[in-house]
Design a protein around this ligand. Structure first.
Ligand code: GAF
Length: 415
C-alpha cells in the first residue's frame, strides 16, 4: 500500500526528540503519555523484527530508524457503554501492531504492510489517520514505513485501533511532534469515525494508557483512568476467538448508537433532563425508562444502565479477589448484550454456553463490538485442557494469547 504526498520534509533526527508529554489536553485524563521506552524482549520479537527488516529493505532499501507499537485490548466488562459516557475495563494485550519507519527529506508518505492479501481493506485506516492529522494541522513529515500486526483482524480485540494508533504515533514522531497520548487517542478515534464506525474512545485510550500489570478503568464521561488489579493467582483471563470475523462498519454498531441517541432524546423530552448521556440514567430510573420508551428502546437503555453498574461491581470484586462475583457479572453482561443490546450472534452464544459450563470457569461473555469476534472468560487453574477441547469442538474458534502488554510506544530500531 502506498500513500503519497506529505506536508513537508523533516530531519531524521527529529524522531529522536519524542518525549513524554505531560500536557493533558483533555481534562480528567490522567496517566502516562506515549513516548520513548525500552524495547520489550519477547521470543517472538526476533521473528517480527526480521520480517519488518526484510520488508523495509525490500521496499525502501536500508533500515528503519524507529518502531512504533500499539497493543490490542480485551475488554473485560463495560461493553457498548463507552460512547454513552460509561465506565469500561480493558486490558491491553502483548499482541500488537508495529510500524517500522524512518523520516525522509522528501514530500511523500509511503507506508507498506507485511500482510498479504489485505489491501485495500487496511489501507483506509492509515489513509484516515493521515487525513485527520493533516486536517488538524499536526505536522506530518516525509515518511517511509512498514506495518506488521500480530493481532487477528475482526476478532474484537481492537486491531483497527492498534493500527490507527501505531500509524499515528509513527507519523507524528517521525515529524518530531510529541503529541500527547490523550490528544492522539482523540485523533485516532476521529480517524476511525472517518472509516464509518461511530466508535467510542475505549480502544484508543486502552492502546495509549494500558498497562501490563492489570486492566484500567476508564471513565468515558470525564476521561479519568484508574489502575485495577487483575484476578487472584488462582484464576486468569482466557480469550477465545469465535472465528466469526466482525466488520463493525458493516454491522448494526452505528444503528445501536442511533437507537440510543433517539432513546435519550425521548427520555429528555419526557422530563429526564439531568441525563446528558445514557450512562447518567441510573437503575432507579429504569421504571421511568420502561414507561416512556417502547420495548426496543427500553432494552437498549437497560443494557447501558446495567452494564455501567456491572463495571463497578467487577472493579470492587477484583479489588477483594472475589472471582465468583466477577464471573456472575460476566455472565449477566453476556445475557444483556445478547438479549437487550442485540449485538451477539448465535455462534458466539453457543461458544459462551459451552465454555460457561466447564467446571472451574467463573464466567464468560462476548467481548468487543460483537457481531462475531471474541469471548473473554475468567478461568480457574486446571481448566486449560477442558477449555482447549471445547474450543477445538467449535469450527473456526481458536485460543488467543491473553498475555497483557504495555501501552503504545516508540523505540529506536534495534537491528
Ligand atoms: C468497538 C468500539 F470501537 C468501541 O468504542 C466500543 O464501543 C466497543 O466496540 C464495544 O464496547 O470496539
Amino acid at each position: 500500500m502506498r500513500m503519497t504526498r506529505a506536508d513537508r520534509g523533516i530531519s531524521a533526527a527529529a524522531a529522536q526528540r519524542l518525549k513524554p508529554d505531560r500536557r493533558f489536553r483533555r481534562p480528567g485524563i490522567r496517566g502516562k503519555m506515549c513516548g520513548m521506552s525500552a524495547a520489550r524482549s519477547d521470543p517472538a520479537d526476533g521473528a517480527r523484527r526480521r520480517r519488518l527488516a526484510t520488508a523495509f529493505e525490500a521496499a525502501f532499501g536500508g533500515r528503519p530508524t524507529h518502531v512504533a507499537r500499539a497493543p490490542g485490548r480485551v475488554n473485560l466488562i463495560g461493553e457498548h457503554v463507552d460512547y454513552h459516557g460509561g465506565p469500561v475495563l480493558p486490558q491491553s494485550l502483548a499482541l500488537d501492531t508495529r510500524v517500522a519507519f524512518r523520516a525522509v527529506p522528501a514530500d511523500r508518505v509511503d507506508l507498506r504492510t507485511t500482510a498479504v492479501g489485505v489491501e485495500p481493506a487496511w489501507q483506509r485506516y492509515p489513509d484516515a489517520m493521515l487525513a485527520v492529522l493533516r486536517e488538524r494541522g499536526v505536522p506530518v513529515a516525509g515518511f517511509e514505513g512498514v506495518v506488521d500486526s500480530a493481532l487477528p483482524i475482526g476478532a474484537g480485540l481492537s486491531s483497527s485501533a492498534a493500527l490507527l494508533v501505531a500509524v499515528g504515533l509513527a507519523l507524528t514522531s517521525a515529524a518530531g511532534e510529541a503529541v500527547g497520548a490523550a490528544r492522539l487517542a482523540e485523533l485516532a478515534r476521529d480517524a476511525e469515525h472517518r472509516t464509518g464506525v461511530a466508535s467510542g474512545a475505549m480502544d484508543f485510550v486502552a492502546a495509549l494508557f494500558g498497562r501490563v500489570d492489570g486492566p484500567i478503568r476508564i471513565d468515558c464521561a470525564d476521561g479519568a483512568i484508574a489502575p485495577v488489579p487483575g484476578p487472584p493467582p488462582s484464576h486468569r483471563w482466557a480469550v477465545v476467538s469465535s472465528g466469526m470475523r466482525h466488520e463493525l462498519a458493516a454491522s448494526a454498531y452505528n444503528a445501536r448508537v442511533a437507537e440510543c441517541r433517539a432513546a435519550l432524546a425521548t427520555l429528555r423530552d419526557a422530563g429526564v433532563t439531568d441525563a446528558d448521556r445514557l450512562a447518567d440514567v441510573g437503575a432507579d430510573r429504569l421504571p421511568t425508562v420502561a414507561r416512556v420508551l417502547d420495548d426496543l428502546g427500553t432494552r437498549r437503555v437497560r443494557h447501558v444502565v446495567t452494564e455501567c453498574a456491572r463495571v463497578d461491581t467487577v472493579v470492587a470484586a477484583l479489588e477483594r479477589g472475589d472471582v465468583g462475583a466477577v464471573g456472575a457479572a460476566l455472565r449477566a453482561s453476556h445475557r444483556s448484550l445478547r438479549d437487550d443490546y442485540a449485538v451477539s450472534v448465535p455462534a458466539v452464544d453457543a461458544l459462551v454456553d459451552a465454555i460457561g459450563v466447564i467446571p472451574g470457569v467463573a464466567g464468560v461473555r462476548m467481548t468487543g463490538g460483537g457481531f462475531g469476534g471474541s469471548l473473554v472468560a475468567l478461568v480457574g487453574a486446571g481448566t486449560d485442557d477442558a477449555l482447549a477441547a471445547c474450543v477445538a469442538r467449535h469450527p473456526g474458534a481458536t485460543l488467543i494469547d491473553p498475555a497483557p502488554g504495555p501501552a503504545a510506544s516508540v523505540t529506536p530500531w534495534v537491528a
